[in-house]
Design a binder for this molecule. Sequence first.
Ligand SMILES: Nc1ncnc2c1ncn2[C@@H]1O[C@H](COP(=O)(O)OP(=O)(O)OP(=O)(O)O)[C@@H](O)[C@H]1O
Ligand SMILES: [Mg+2]
Length: 431
Amino acid sequence: MIRSLRGRLFAGLTAIILLTGLVGGLFAYHWAFDEAIEMQDSVLIQIAGLVLSGSLTGGRELRGVDKDAEVWLIDQASEDDANLWSLKDGLALATRQGRPIRVLLRTRPDGTRFAVAQRTSVRDEIASDMAFRTVLPIAALIPCLLLVTAIVIARSLRPMVRLAGDLDRRRADDMTPLPAEQMPSELHPFVASINGLLQREHLLMNQQRRLVADAAHELRTPITALSLQVENLDPVDLSQSARDRVATLRQGIGRTRHLLDQLLSLARQDAGQDDTTTMSVVKLDEIAREVVAGLLPEAANRGIDLGFARLEPAWIRGEAVMLAALARNLLDNALRFTPRGGRIDAWVYRDSGAAILQIEDSGPGVAPEEISRIFEPFFRGQRPEGDGVGLGLSIVKRIVDRLGGSIEAVNVADDGCTGLRVLVRLPAVAA
Ligand SMILES: Nc1ncnc2c1ncn2[C@@H]1O[C@H](COP(=O)(O)OP(=O)(O)OP(=O)(O)O)[C@@H](O)[C@H]1O
Ligand SMILES: [Mg+2]
């Protein structure tokens, strides 16, 4: 059982073409064969006519008529074959020197008889030769037809293959409907069903995002209240062990706040629309400079040298908050993973129509088998550091996607130095 539609179509059409070709060929062969035999009979009749009119005399082999036709003219006077002369005037089958022949007998006005004869095997050979030549074009046509059929099938099924390719290449969260108008009408119900499914998926995804955002938002108030309560414990005279526990509690609350903030930030990016044309033009270099400035105290605290290696004006379309979130998440990672005494360099510059933001640290970098997964939500790798929840780079990725840019993270390794280099490329606008 052939499973592919293309295979089935091709097998079916091949069978039809071969069958039609075979039946048609057989008929054409027989028809042409009979025609050729009749034609040779009429040649015998014409020769007999010539003899009767006196233009030809008997006893000769008439090779001149057709070189290979082997037609003889036999006179009763020169060849006394009782078998032959017992036949009546007209066309007949007979034998001559033990071989079957086709013969036409005639009687001249003076009563003498003659025969025009031709060996049957020669006649058959000539006829089958001619019949074969009639069938030849049909036989040659069959491979051409098969080729054309294969091409037509492949072309007709191409929209389906293209549709599957389009679906395969889609981002998991891309819910734009498939274009039905470019598809053959047979595929319209199928495309409509997929679009319906995409729409339901979209709705469900939005509901879930809203649920996450609402939950994160609702949880912020009690968490803020909790951290206030913990702050209130500061002036209270507590034993050392109680202080230790309060410190752990504060850390836990801080982590939860960070998780809620990241969740909210991600939900906001997910809910935001992707149309950058309505966004205002902002200066990427200024935003990056502000974020770096805000993180300088923390960097100094950790003994890390944070600064710009290059800072050039670069205008892009976007929202200042989302770009600040992007830069902060990248720098936050760099700060977290870079050991004391290390350095973090930032670059902002323009490169052929793109605005580039690049952050490079001197930390350990990411394990090669993990680097493809760091943009997944909640992925934190084998050696999670500090209070991260694994959402930072998902937020960054989402922002870059919304702005129509691209991001890549590579490990740097030269002269024994390690680190991670993250390069964000965003569409720049002219100043
Ligand atoms: N600069 C870096 N150096 C080494 N590893 C990194 C660096 N940046 C990211 N990673 C790896 O990628 C993982 C994912 O990073 P991401 O920013 O998404 O999450 P996180 O920093 O753990 O948590 P969050 O940013 O939500 O607080 C990190 O846990 C870490 O394993
Ligand atoms: Mg992070």
